[in-house]
Write a protein of this length. Structure first.
Length: 50
C-alpha cells in the first residue's frame, strides 16, 4: 500500500512538471529545458525505473 502511495505522489509530481514544461514551451520557449529534468526524473520514478 505504501509503495502505491509513493508512486501516486510521483505521478502527481510528473504531471505538475509536465504542466510547467508545456507552460514554459508556450510562454518562454527559450526556457522550457529548465523543466526537463523534473519531468523526466518523476516520470522514471513513477514507472519505478529509478
Amino acid at each position: 500500500m505504501e509503495a502505491q502511495q509513493s508512486r501516486s505522489k510521483y505521478w502527481a509530481l510528473f504531471f505538475f512538471w509536465l504542466a510547467v514544461l508545456i507552460t514554459l514551451l508556450i510562454v518562454y520557449r527559450q526556457f522550457f529545458w529548465l523543466a526537463l529534468p523534473g519531468t523526466v526524473t518523476y516520470f522514471a520514478k513513477a514507472l519505478d525505473l529509478l
